[in-house]
Design a binder for this molecule. Structure first.
Ligand SMILES: Nc1ncnc2c1ncn2[C@@H]1O[C@H](COP(=O)(O)OP(=O)(O)OP(=O)(O)O)[C@@H](O)[C@H]1O
Length: 120
């Protein structure tokens, strides 16, 4: 039992370490990730400055974080596509455009949430 617990703790610790390494690697190369992170920080300041209900605040903050998650997935797709398909290919284009659309949709969702929270 103790061994299983130790293995699970090690697995969890590795997951945290590798996730952090992934974020740092994307941060180093992806300007859009850095821009969205700054936008998230500003949005968080705004969310805590305004007189919002807890659910409203939670919604806009969570959707902001979702944009960062989408941006990381998009980066992962781009890396894999560039590795496997250095030349032009319609499937590479489709994969990259879908990743881009994923980020755009999460950004629209966050924007819609902000408009609804602020305007009603
Ligand atoms: N190998 C390829 N084959 C065909 N089209 C490609 C290929 N690589 C990129 N493209 C096209 O060029 C666009 C931009 O690709 P690029 O790799 O420059 O992404 P990016 O500018 O870093 O995108 P993002 O702003 O989402 O990070 C893609 O969305 C796709 O339409």
């Amino acid at each position: 039992m103790r061994d299983i617990l130790a293995a699970e703790v090690k697995r969890l610790a590795n997951t945290v370490i590798w996730s952090w390494e992934g974020f740092r690697a994307a941060w180093a190369t992806e300007k859009t990730l850095r821009q969205w992170t700054v936008a998230n920080a500003l949005a968080a300041v705004l969310a805590f400055s305004l007189d919002l209900a807890a659910a409203e605040r939670g919604l806009v903050l969570a959707l902001g974080l979702l944009i960062l998650a989408a941006e990381l997935i998009n980066t992962a797709v781009e890396e894999v596509v560039d590795h496997l398909s250095p030349g032009l290919d319609p499937r590479a284009k489709k994969a990259k455009d879908c990743g881009s659309a994923c980020v755009a949709l999460t950004a629209i969702a966050a924007g819609v949430a902000w408009v609804v929270v602020l305007v009603g």
